[in-house]
Design a protein around this ligand. Structure first.
Ligand code: MSP
Length: 513
C-alpha cells in the first residue's frame, strides 16, 4: 500500500500581510499532515509564497521598494505565521528562489519541445488582482468599471505579444482524465462547474507577459516573463527537486496526494495545472480540493470593507488551539463559513473546557486521590466498559476513510460524541461509590483513563499542543501518538504514574453568563 502522502497549501501572495483565509488553508493542511503522520505515513507538507507578477510588482511600487526587498519582508511574516500556527510543514518555498526558477524554466522548455508553446499576440482582459485572463463573457460593468463577474476584481485591457500554451489541444485529454479519476476535483459539488467550463471549449492560454519585468524570464527570450500562474503552480514540483526525477523526494511524493486550495483558484489547479503536466508528460496530482471562504460578519473579507480578520489577534486573545479547533469544527469543510467570536467562545467553554479539559482534570484528580496516583493494576472489564472501549477500535477504518474523503467534520463530530459518552460513563458508573469494590473501582478508572488517552490521541491533529499537554497525565509524549493505538484497550501500563496537569483551557466569562 502507498504509505506516502504529499499535501500542499496554495502559495500565498505576499502582497499584504496574512489574514484568516490564509491561516485557514494552512491549519487544515496541517491537520491532514499530522493525521497521516500518526497513521504511519511518510508525509511531505509544503507551503510558501508566490512572489512574481504584476500584482506584487505594483504593491512594491506603491511602497517605493524593489519587488524582492518587498517580498523578503512580507514572505517572512507568512513564514512566521507558519510557526505561530504550529504547522509541521517540511518546506517553505519562495518562487524567487533559484531552485524554483530552474524548475520553471525547465518545464517551459519541455512544453516548448513538445510544441505546446507558440508566439502570438494577446488582446483581451486581464485582472491584476486575480492574475487571470478573462473572456468577454466573463466581464461585467460595475460602478462604471469593468470587473470580472466571478471575483468582482477590476480588469484592464492588454494588447501585447505573448507566448501561448496550446490549452485547446488538451480539452479532450482533460475530460478523459476527469472521467478516469472521478475524485480528482473535490468536493464533488465543484466538479461540474469545472467540467462544463472545459466542455464549453478551451482557448489557448497566454503564458507570458512583455510589458513588465517582475517574473521568471522565458528561456531564450529575455523580453518576456513567464505567466505568474505557470510559474506558481510549478512550486509543487520544484520543491521536490523537479526536473531531477531520480531525486528521492520526487520519486516518493509525486504525484501529490492533495492540493488543498480555495474555491476561487480551482480553475488554475483543475484545468491549467493538469494540462501543463500532461503536456510535459508528468502525472497530474491525485486530488485538488477546493475549500470554501472564511467570511467575516457573513461577508467576504476585503480591505475596503475593513473586515479583515487577523489570525494573530484571535490567537493572542484566545490561544492557538481554540482557533484551530473552531475552524475545523465550525466551518462545514468545502463550504463557506463565518467566523463568529461568540461561537468561538462557546467552543472553548463547552467542548474544550467542559467536555475535554474537565474530563482530564476530574479523572486524573480522582486517580491521584483514590488510586495512589497509579494506573490501577487489578481490573476486570464488564460489558459497559468493553462497549465504550470497543467503540474506538471498531471505527478506526471508518475514520481513515472519512479523512481520505476530506470529511473532517465527521472526524471532529465523532470525537465530540465520544467526549459526551465518556463524561456520561464516568458519571453513571459513580466510581466514588465503589470504594468497597476495588476491582470495579479500578476497572472504571482504567477504562476512563484509556478513553482520555484515546481521545487525546484523536485530538492531536486538531489541537496538538493541548493534546500533548493532556498526555502528560500518562507521561506520554508526541512520539507515542499513533493512530492505530487508539484501538488498543490496554495501552496504559498498569502501575505507571498518573500526573496532575495544569488546566488545559480557561473558560471565557461571557457577559450574559
Ligand atoms: N498565489 C495564489 C495561489 C497560487 S497556488 C499555486 C493565490 N494566493 S492568495 O494569497 O490570494 O490566496 C491563497 C489562498 O488563500 C487561496 O486558496 C485562497 O482561496 C485563500 N483565501 C484567500 N482568502 C480567503 C478567505 N477569506 N477564506 C478562505 N480562503 C481564502 O491565490
Amino acid at each position: 500500500m502507498d504509505k506516502n502522502y504529499y499535501i500542499t497549501t496554495p502559495i500565498y501572495y505576499p502582497s499584504a500581510k496574512p489574514h484568516m483565509g490564509h491561516a485557514y488553508s494552512s491549519i487544515i493542511a496541517d491537520f491532514f499532515a499530522r493525521f497521516k503522520r500518526i497513521d504511519g505515513y511518510k508525509v511531505y507538507f509544503l507551503t510558501g509564497t508566490d512572489e512574481h507578477g504584476l500584482k506584487i510588482q505594483r504593491a512594491a511600487e506603491k511602497k517605493g521598494v524593489e519587488p524582492l526587498a518587498f517580498c523578503d519582508e512580507i514572505s517572512k511574516t507568512f513564514k512566521n505565521l507558519s510557526k505561530t500556527l504550529n504547522l509541521t510543514n517540511n518546506d517553505f518555498i519562495r518562487t524567487t528562489e533559484s531552485r524554483h526558477k530552474k524548475s520553471v524554466q525547465y518545464l517551459w522548455e519541455e512544453l516548448k519541445k513538445n510544441d505546446d508553446i507558440y508566439l502570438s499576440k494577446y488582446s483581451g482582459w486581464y485582472s491584476v488582482s486575480d492574475e487571470a485572463f478573462y473572456n468577454e463573457d466573463e466581464i461585467e460593468d460595475l460602478d462604471n468599471k469593468k470587473v470580472a463577474i466571478s471575483s468582482k476584481s477590476p480588469v484592464e485591457w492588454v494588447d501585447e505579444e505573448s507566448y501561448f500554451f496550446r490549452l485547446s489541444k488538451w480539452e479532450k485529454p482533460l475530460l478523459e482524465f476527469y472521467e478516469k479519476n472521478p475524485d480528482f476535483i473535490s468536493p464533488a459539488s465543484r466538479k461540474n462547474e469545472v467540467i462544463s467550463f472545459v466542455k464549453s471549449g478551451l482557448k489557448d492560454l497566454s503564458v507570458s507577459r512583455k510589458s513588465f519585468s517582475w517574473g521568471i524570464k522565458v528561456p531564450n527570450d529575455n523580453e518576456h516573463v513567464i505567466y505568474v500562474w505557470l510559474d506558481a503552480l510549478t512550486n509543487y514540483i520544484s520543491a521536490l527537486n523537479y526536473p531531477n526525477k531520480d531525486d528521492e523526494l520526487y520519486k516518493k511524493f509525486w504525484p501529490a496526494s492533495v492540493h488543498l486550495i480555495g474555491k476561487d483558484i480551482l480553475r488554475f489547479h483543475a484545468i491549467y495545472w493538469p494540462a501543463f503536466l500532461l503536456a510535459a508528460k508528468i502525472a497530474p496530482p491525485k486530488k485538488v480540493y477546493g475549500h470554501g471562504w472564511i467570511l467575516s460578519n457573513e461577508e467576504k473579507m476585503s480591505k475596503s470593507k475593513g473586515n479583515i480578520l487577523d489570525p494573530l489577534e484571535i490567537i493572542k486573545q484566545y490561544g492557538l488551539d481554540p482557533l484551530r479547533y473552531y475552524l475545523i469544527k465550525e466551518v462545514s469543510f468545502g463550504n463557506d463559513g463565518n467566523i463568529s467570536q461568540e461561537r468561538l467562545e462557546d467552543c472553548i467553554n463547552s467542548d474544550l473546557a467542559n467536555n475535554f479539559g474537565n474530563l482530564c482534570q476530574r479523572v486524573s484528580a480522582f486517580v491521584i486521590k483514590n488510586c495512589g496516583s497509579k494506573v490501577p493494576e487489578k481490573i476486570k472489564f464488564e460489558n459497559d466498559d468493553i462497549k465504550i472501549l470497543n467503540e474506538y477500535s471498531q471505527n478506526l477504518d471508518k475514520l481513515r476513510s472519512e479523512i481520505d474523503n476530506q470529511n473532517i467534520n465527521y472526524y471532529i463530530d465523532y470525537i465530540v460524541n465520544r467526549l459526551f459518552e465518556a463524561n456520561k460513563y464516568f458519571n453513571d458508573q459513580e466510581p466514588w461509590r465503589k470504594k468497597d469494590d476495588k476491582i470495579r473501582l479500578n476497572t472504571i478508572v482504567y477504562t476512563t483513563l484509556e478513553i482520555v488517552r484515546k481521545v487525546a490521541f484523536l485530538l492531536y491533529p486538531i489541537i496538538p499542543q493541548s493534546s500533548i499537554k493532556a498526555l502528560k497525565i500518562f507521561n506520554l509524549e508526541e512520539k507515542d501518538v499513533i493512530f492505530q493505538s487508539v484501538g488498543n484497550n490496554e495501552f496504559l501500563k498498569k502501575g505507571s504514574t498518573i500526573n496532575k496537569i495544569d488546566i488545559l483551557f480557561n473558560k471565557i466569562e461571557k457577559e450574559n453568563d
